[in-house]
Design a protein around this ligand. Structure first.
Ligand code: UT7
Length: 338
């Protein structure tokens, strides 16, 4: 029997119109463009404004774009939607259900995955299993976050880092060896102490007190997270290369989580890759958590060629981290609308 792999066959993305620049942040908190640029690489980020808009609304825009690229695929053909998000529309139901409803994916079932910044990789790997085992033919994996909904714009250590946005990919079966070929995924729950949201869950439900104490915002011990991110993202990227007998020359692209330019540098240097092979868009979007990896694929789609060896790598709250090896399935220039 022919081996089935799950190939990414289309990409869509979305960032909201409003651009929050470092210069505007200088007027909100005690910071400078120079500090933000030199410590993180970020120049601006997009923010979703407007009453009643959430992560699902950005995901729907990304999916609409994806389907526009593939007019042969109808919304009713989609079997499953997996949404990776840390900022769901609601505590329940799952954001994937809201997305399917708004995008007219009437035959799709769905669920969310929460693995913080590694969520897209975890969701991609999970979605790929349904294709590889022959259960489904069309799976959409979304990575999206409205980080502005959980940021304290009085805390200069966190509000400068994150932005809103996300992307979606379509997974379909392939029998020629293209698609998602391997993943190394890791978690260490002890890391939760250093990056989390203190209230709003079952341990500490929302109350007047938790709101007054600003406990619904991102809490991050930046330096500690930085140290773990640098080591673990580079380790796992090296591990997936070794396991698949890949050397630097075999790899066309590294797609790293966009948390900090210095963490990205540690990863590509460890892999022995030149910067030209690294997707970087942190300067314009900041850290969109689950959105970073699909937004990279979206931005660079035009440059991707059938047969390219691509390594995706991520690190995030939990802690969670991982790397995925993909053999790209199509010439991106053919579909890219950008
Ligand atoms: O995606 C999920 C995973 N998250 C990450 O990977 C984030 C990892 N961490 C980081 O990227 C970095 O730690 C940060 C960008 C968050 C911070 O950079 P840093 O180089 O680790 O700075 P720091 O926390 O060590 O702070 C250095 C100084 C401090 O001042 P003192 O104590 O030296 O006087 C901070 O108070 O910079 C100060 N500082 C700022 N100054 C201007 C902190 N934030 C700012 C700011 N503007 N926005």
């Amino acid at each position: 029997m022919q081996k089935i792999t799950a190939a990414i066959t289309a990409v869509g993305g979305y960032v909201p119109d409003y651009i929050l620049t470092n210069q505007e942040l200088e007027t909100i908190v005690d910071t400078t463009d120079e500090w933000i640029t030199s410590r993180t690489g970020i120049k601006e980020r997009h923010i979703l404004k407007g009453e009643g808009l959430g992560s699902s609304d950005m995901a729907v825009e990304a999916i609409r774009e994806l389907l526009k690229k593939r007019p042969d695929v109808k919304p009713e053909d989609i079997d499953l939607v997996i949404c990776a998000t840390t900022t769901p529309d609601f505590q329940f139901p799952a954001t994937s259900n809201v997305i399917s409803d708004k995008a007219g994916l009437v035959n799709a079932f769905g669920y969310d995955i929460n693995a913080a910044c590694s969520g897209f990789l975890f969701a991609l790997t999970t979605g790929a299993q349904f294709i590889a085992n022959g259960t489904y033919k069309k799976v959409i994996v979304v990575g999206v976050d409205k980080m502005s909904s959980i940021l304290n714009y009085q805390d200069r250590t966190t509000c400068i880092i994150f932005g809103d946005g996300g992307g979606a990919v379509l997974l379909e079966p392939d029998t020629e060896g293209y698609g998602i070929l391997d993943s190394v995924l890791k978690s260490d729950g002890a890391g939760r102490a250093h990056l989390h949201q203190k209230a709003g869950g079952s341990v500490k439900p929302a109350s007047l007190e938790t709101v007054m104490n600003k406990e619904h915002y991102v809490y991050q011990e930046g330096q500690t997270v930085f140290k773990f991110a640098v080591k673990n993202m580079a380790d796992v990227a090296a591990q997936i290369m070794e396991r698949n007998k890949l050397v630097a020359d075999d790899i066309q692209w590294l797609v790293p989580h966009q948390a900090n330019l210095r963490i990205i540098a540690a990863t590509y240097e460890r892999m022995g890759l030149p910067i030209e092979k690294v997707m970087v868009n942190i300067q314009k979007y900041g850290n969109t958590t689950n959105g970073t990896l699909p937004l990279c694929l979206w931005d660079y789609e035009k440059q991707l060629k059938k047969g390219d060896n691509i390594v995706l790598a991520a690190f995030g709250g939990g802690f969670t981290w991982g790397a995925t090896y993909i053999k790209w399935a199509y010439d991106g220039a053919k579909y890219s609308l950008k």
